[in-house]
Design a protein around this ligand. Structure first.
Ligand code: MG
Length: 269
């Protein structure tokens, strides 16, 4: 069932969104060759707790996720486990996916960063995931179908020759980290759930340089591309208000339908 949020619940979702987004300002300057993913995870957890929130991902699932962030490098698509033995290298692309829980509600967002001198091919991939989000979110209006968002994402990604992961999707979000409905990154216009005021969702294009086929590593969490080519991921949580989408996890860019709106500068620029 889809839980529609009241105005007051959406105000609480904004607080969870702000706590989630605060992580990126803290972590971005630390994306440097030589830092371990465990150190990045510590920064994420400290930032979430400093905002008065708790990390949504810590202890989630089975086996329980051991980090506060999913940190996924290059061919890793999602759910990379932070490790003291894993270090960023010059030229890596690294996605930091985080969730924060406060006042009974979750926020969920991801950015893919470029570490040092990243090749143009991988920079373009990172940029495309961001673009797909900001194009897709424009379809997130009451009365539209969820397939309008999905198709917009897929068309943009595939127009660049990239793959769209099928098995992993965006989702409803609220009192639970993952709620109905699924928000696919591929689909057909005019199909699926009709969007309504009060819906809160996470849109998260996960895209690949080569095949969109995936593999699960033996740690039970990390998902990689089957061909081991690079992958990029970009995500924000948003609410559907009467006058359009409201992005909860990207401060300063809440209103993508506003006149003259320009999306945030790309992390790949
Ligand atoms: Mg998510």
């Amino acid at each position: 069932m889809i839980y529609l949020k009241s105005e007051s619940e959406i105000e609480l979702m904004k607080i969870a969104g702000a706590a989630t987004a605060s992580v990126f300002a803290a972590v971005e300057p630390q994306i440097k060759p030589g830092i371990s993913t465990a150190e990045l995870n510590e920064i994420v957890e400290a930032t979430i707790r400093a905002a008065g929130a708790t990390p949504s991902f810590l202890g989630y699932g089975d086996p329980p996720f051991s980090g506060s962030a999913c940190i996924s490098i290059n061919e890793e698509i999602v759910h990379g486990l932070p490790s003291t033995k894993r270090f960023l290298a010059d030229g890596d692309i690294v996605s930091i996916d985080v969730g924060a829980y406060i006042n009974g509600f979750h926020g969920d967002a991801c950015r893919t960063y470029c570490c040092g001198n990243v090749c143009p091919e991988h920079r373009a991939l990172v940029k495309c995931a961001e673009e797909a989000f900001w194009l897709g979110i424009r379809e997130a209006r009451a009365g539209q179908r969820i397939g309008d968002i999905s198709a917009t994402v897929q068309e943009h990604v595939e127009s660049k020759g990239y793959g769209v992961v099928r098995e992993l999707t965006g989702h409803g979000i609220g009192r639970n980290l993952h709620e109905s409905p699924d928000l696919l990154n591929y689909g057909r216009r005019g199909r699926g759930v009709r969007l309504e005021e009060g819906m809160c969702l996470a849109l998260e294009p996960m895209i690949t340089l080569g095949t969109h086929q995936i593999r699960l590593l033996s740690d039970g969490w990390t998902i990689i591309t089957a061909d081991r080519k690079a992958s990029a991921h970009y995500e924000n949580s948003f609410a559907i208000l009467a006058d359009g989408p409201y992005v909860l996890t990207c401060p300063g860019y809440e209103r993508p339908l506003a006149d003259g709106f320009t999306p945030p500068p790309s992390l790949a620029d």
